[in-house]
Design a protein around this ligand. Structure first.
Ligand code: URP
Ligand code: ZN
Ligand code: ZN
Length: 475
């Protein structure tokens, strides 16, 4: 299947953010040409879609591939992470560019150099604004020309990524003027610093202290601070990795007041709690912000179901649990230092989790099948809304004539036991080990090319394209 002949997917259930209906999908070249009934079949390669459901390829707007951290690097790069994403039904990712060169332009060029030859699905970038000066301020508007109309700012990670509230306010004003969306990592950096020093001085070094030193009130307060800055600057704001029920309450308040604020949560905050950090292998769950409580899980689900939150991203930033023991990846042994770096001190555990391939299958079984969100909400939250907010719609996130033929065929009756042996991440563990799934992607098309067929990988490094985005929509 090389895209030279039109592809006709016949008699498939088409699931979108607002509808479900039976139809044929005609793909010509890289695009969806027609969706209808009884489309003539001459010249077409026919795929029998009976019993299958077609959804748009997932859009994950929060990944960290090949990210240097704590003397190591996140273990999925722009190839292995893209491949894992594809197996889980995601065909577009947006990765964060660290500001680790003198200018934005040089930082982006360096990230493109790493990503372009490896990319296996389509991708774009957000720009971290983790330093503030006149040069950076002057450079922000140029992001629009480069097709990167989104920045991320931080109220945590003192002396590393955080800039001051005044600087965030200034960045947001510039962003607003040029149609750039500001994204916020909302925690209280000062409180975290104080609590971390206190915990270490008392010999409290186990993974659960990662959570205790990053209290949820800090996230709630910083979320409201961000919303207030959005209200005062008039700039739209997207709060990433929302993890605390109180943050959902703040977002609801801001939205009720008409402030242009939106929110994302991630699967880990829907399913896990601080209890997981207390396990002997608790380091597997160390990420920032941390896991909270069952009440927080519940309020986040409500936020998704009630439309207070607009998207689910993953914050995919995997590390090996034991980076001294190689795994086999595509037949070759590989080990990358990981969570063991912090076995005696939680502050040295690299922050982050695998997730880019897990998001859709896990949320289908444990979100849709459990009745927490509807089928249409599943598509809206994971595909359509992220594409709209980040300026990719209707090229991505949609099954419409003219859209890229990023089509995922799901077998909604397929049963499997999930875990590290199924997920394709380049790491040695999976958070959902042993979870029973019903419903899984069986064929994945990227711009009309079949890149995943059952458990077969047909994709390749370099086929993914950089997506120059335009300013998106506030939902
Ligand atoms: O622990 C995490 N989430 N690592 C990635 C960096 C971030 O703040 O998103
Ligand atoms: Zn963050
Ligand atoms: Zn992140």
């Amino acid at each position: 299947m090389n895209g030279s002949r039109p592809i006709l997917i016949r008699n498939v259930d088409v699931l979108t953010a607002s509808e479900k209906f039976r139809a044929d999908i005609l793909v010509v070249g890289e695009k969806i040409h027609t969706i209808g009934v009884d489309i003539p079949t001459e010249n077409c390669e026919i795929i029998d879609g009976s019993g299958l459901t077609a959804m748009p390829g997932g859009v994950d707007v929060h990944t960290h591939f090949d990210l240097p951290m704590f003397g190591t690097v996140s273990s999925d790069d722009h190839y292995t992470g893209h491949k894992a994403a594809a197996f889980g039904g995601t065909t577009t990712v947006i990765d964060f560019v660290p500001l680790d060169k003198p200018t934005l332009e040089e930082s982006i060029a360096a990230w493109r150099e790493k990503a372009d030859p490896k990319a296996a699905i389509d991708f774009s970038f957000h720009m971290n604004i983790s330093r503030w000066n006149e040069t950076i301020a002057r450079e922000i508007p140029r992001l629009v020309d480069w097709g990167i109309p989104s920045i991320k700012v931080f109220t945590a990670y003192n002396n590393r990524l955080r800039i001051s509230d005044g600087e965030i306010f200034s960045a947001m004003r510039i962003a607003k003027e040029y149609g750039i969306l500001t994204m916020l990592h909302a925690e209280n950096g000062d409180v975290i610093e104080t609590l971390v020093q206190e915990a270490l001085s008392q010999g409290k070094t186990t993974p659960e202290w990662h959570a205790h030193t990053r209290p949820s009130w800090g996230a709630v307060e910083a979320t409201l601070r961000g919303i207030a800055l959005a209200a005062q600057s008039g700039a739209p704001l997207y709060i990433v990795h929302m993890n605390a029920g109180g943050e959902v309450d703040q977002l609801a308040y801001g939205r009720e007041k008409g402030v242009p604020v939106m929110g994302e949560t991630c699967p880990q905050y829907l399913f896990f709690t601080v209890e997981h950090l207390r396990r002997p292998d608790g380091a597997k769950w160390v990420c920032s912000p941390p896991m909270r409580t069952p009440e927080d899980n519940e309020r986040l689900w409500q936020g998704l179901a009630q439309g207070i939150l607009q998207t689910v991203g993953t914050d995919h930033c995997p590390f090996f649990y034991d980076g001294t023991r190689p795994i086999l990846y595509e037949g070759k042994p590989i080990a990358i230092p990981g969570k063991e770096l912090g076995k005696d001190d939680f502050t040295k555990i690299p922050n982050g989790l695998p997730g880019v391939g897990d998001r859709l299958p896990i949320l289908w079984t444990y979100g849709v099948r459990t009745g927490k969100i509807s089928e249409n909400q599943f598509v809206a939250l994971n595909c359509t809304n992220p594409a709209k907010i980040f300026g990719l719609y209707p090229q991505k996130g949609a099954l419409l004539p003219g859209s890229d033929a990023d089509i995922v065929l799901w077998d909604l009756n397929k049963k499997l036991t999930y875990g590290v042996a199924v997920a394709q991440h380049r790491t040695d563990y999976n958070l959902y080990e042993g979870w029973e799934l019903v419903g899984y992607p069986v064929k994945v098309f990227l711009r009309g090319q079949l890149i995943v067929d059952g458990d077969q990988w047909l994709g390749k490094a370099g086929q993914g394209r950089f997506l120059k985005r335009t300013p998106g929509t506030v939902l």
